[in-house]
Design a protein around this ligand. Structure first.
Ligand SMILES: Cc1cc2nc3c(=O)[nH]c(=O)nc-3n(C[C@H](O)[C@H](O)[C@H](O)COP(=O)(O)OP(=O)(O)OC[C@H]3O[C@@H](n4cnc5c(N)ncnc54)[C@H](O)[C@@H]3O)c2cc1C
Length: 375
C-alpha cells in the first residue's frame, strides 16, 4: 500500500470496523516527523506565566516528587517491602493518565473525550504550545460523529473529519489514549482539564410485551443485523438519529416503518436535509407514518396500538413487527464535569454543555483554548 490516499482509506475503513488504534500511530511524539509547535515550556511562553504551587499528584522535571521512606529504612525486610508495595498499589486508585514527568505543570493539558469537541480542543491547545493528552473511553475517535458515520448521510463527512483529525493530532504531537475511561481521580493530577464528554441518548426505556425487542436508535445504528421481523422506529426528537437508524436498518434488508406524531419525521432538520433523507428513505421503501402515536394499553399483558392523531382511529400493532426502535433525543453527559466543577482550570465544551451540533462542538472546543482561559 504505497500512496498516502490508499493508506488513509485503509485507516478509515479500519476505524469504521472498530479496529483503528490511534494509540500506536497518532500518539508517539518521537515518531512525529513534522514541524514542532512552540512549546508552552519555551522561554517565550514561560515569560507570560508565573509558576504556581504544585498540587498533590503533580510534579515537574525540576521538582520531582520526594520518594517515600523505604521499609528497609523503617526497619522492614524484603518481604515487608513487597507486601507494603502491594498494599499501596491496592489502596491507591491508579489514574488512567498522568502528566509526563518531563514537563512542568503549566504546559500540560488533559482533554477528556475524543469526539469533535475534544479533538478540536486538543489540536488548538497543541498549536498554542501545550503538551496535550487526549483520552477517549472507546476504541476510536469521533464520538457521535463516528456513530453517524455508519449511516449513508454522514459517511463522507466522518471520513473527511477523521482524516483531518488524524493529521492534526499527529502534527500537534498530541498523545492520544483510546480505551481510556477518565474518572475524577484521574483528573486530580492535572492542573488543566477540558471535559468534552459529549452526549448520550435520552429517554426512559419503553415497557412493551415480551415478543417485541425495544432498543435505542444509537444501538440500532451500531448493530442493525441481529434484529428480526419488521421494525417500527419512533421519531420522538425530530433529529438525525431516527432518520439514520431507518436508513441503516433498511439498507440491511429490514422492513422499516418510521413513525412520527408530527407531519414528517426529522422535523427539526433543515428542509433541504430532511428532503434528502425522505427521498433516500422512499427509495429504500421505508414506510412513513405521520401524525401517529404508539400507545401501550394495560399493565399485566399490555396491548400496543398505533393511533392516527388526525382521525383518532387506532389499529393494533401488526404481528410481524419484531422490534421498536426509539429515538428520544440526547442529553448531555456532564457527570464527570459536575464531579470536577469545584476544581480550578476545568472547562467543559461541546455536547457536554448541551447537545447541539457538530459546528458548535468544534467551535467551542477551539475557543476553549483560544479564549485565553488557560493561558
Ligand atoms: C446519529 C447522529 C447523527 C448526527 N448528525 C449530525 C449532523 O448531520 N450534523 C451535525 O451538526 N451534528 C450531528 N450530530 C451531532 C454531533 O455529532 C454532535 O453534536 C457532536 O459529535 C458533539 O461532539 P462532542 O465532542 O461534544 O461529543 P461526542 O461526539 O458525544 O464525543 C464525546 C466523546 O467523549 C467520550 N467520553 C465520554 N466520557 C468519557 C470519559 N469519562 N473518559 C473518556 N472519554 C469519554 C465518548 O466516548 C465520546 O467519544 C449527530 C449525532 C448523532 C448521534
Amino acid at each position: 500500500m504505497s500512496s498516502p490516499r490508499l493508506r488513509e482509506e485503509a485507516d478509515v475503513s479500519r476505524s469504521l470496523h472498530g479496529e483503528f488504534d490511534c494509540s500506536a500511530e497518532a500518539t508517539c511524539r518521537s515518531q512525529n516527523p513534522v514541524r514542532e509547535y512552540p512549546r508552552a515550556g519555551s522561554r517565550r511562553a514561560d515569560r507570560r506565566r508565573t509558576p504556581g504551587r504544585l498540587r498533590s499528584g503533580e510534579h515537574s522535571a525540576s521538582s520531582p516528587l520526594p520518594s517515600s521512606p523505604s521499609p528497609a529504612r523503617l526497619g522492614g525486610n524484603a518481604v515487608d517491602r513487597h507486601r507494603l508495595t502491594a498494599q499501596r498499589r491496592h489502596l491507591r486508585p491508579r489514574p488512567a493518565v498522568l502528566p509526563s514527568r518531563r514537563d512542568g505543570p503549566h504546559d500540560q493539558l488533559l482533554v477528556v473525550g475524543g469526539g469533535p469537541a475534544g479533538v478540536a480542543a486538543a489540536t488548538a491547545a497543541a498549536r498554542a504550545g501545550f503538551r496535550v493528552v487526549l483520552a477517549e473511553r472507546s476504541r476510536h475517535l469521533g464520538g457521535q460523529l463516528a456513530l453517524a458515520g455508519r449511516a449513508a448521510a454522514h459517511r463522507e463527512l466522518f471520513q473527511r473529519w477523521l482524516a483531518w483529525a488524524q493529521a492534526e493530532l499527529l502534527e500537534g504531537a498530541v498523545e492520544v489514549k483510546v480505551n481510556t475511561l477518565i474518572t475524577k481521580e484521574d483528573c486530580a493530577a492535572w492542573r488543566r482539564v477540558i471535559v468534552a464528554t459529549g452526549a448520550r441518548p435520552a429517554g426512559a426505556p419503553l415497557k412493551l410485551p415480551g415478543r417485541l425487542a425495544v432498543l435505542g436508535a444509537w444501538t440500532a445504528i451500531m448493530r442493525p443485523t441481529p434484529l428480526t421481523g419488521s421494525i417500527v422506529i419512533l421519531d420522538q426528537d425530530g433529529g438525525w438519529s431516527a432518520m439514520d437508524a431507518a436508513e441503516v436498518l433498511a439498507t440491511h434488508g429490514h422492513a422499516v416503518s418510521l413513525l412520527t406524531e408530527t407531519s414528517a419525521p426529522g422535523f427539526l432538520l433543515r428542509r433541504s436535509e430532511q428532503g434528502a433523507y425522505l427521498r433516500r428513505l422512499d427509495a429504500l421503501a421505508v414506510r412513513i407514518l405521520p401524525h401517529t402515536r404508539l400507545i401501550v394499553d394495560g399493565d399485566g399483558r399490555p396491548n400496543v396500538f398505533l393511533r392516527d392523531l388526525v382521525s383518532g382511529r387506532s389499529s393494533p400493532l401488526a404481528d410481524h413487527v419484531g422490534a421498536i426502535v426509539v429515538a428520544a433525543g440526547r442529553t448531555s453527559d456532564s457527570r464527570l464535569f459536575l464531579e470536577l466543577d469545584s476544581l480550578p482550570g476545568v472547562q467543559r465544551v461541546g455536547d457536554a454543555v448541551e447537545p447541539r451540533c457538530l459546528e458548535d462542538a468544534i467551535t467551542e472546543g477551539t475557543r476553549a483554548v483560544r479564549s485565553g482561559h488557560f493561558l
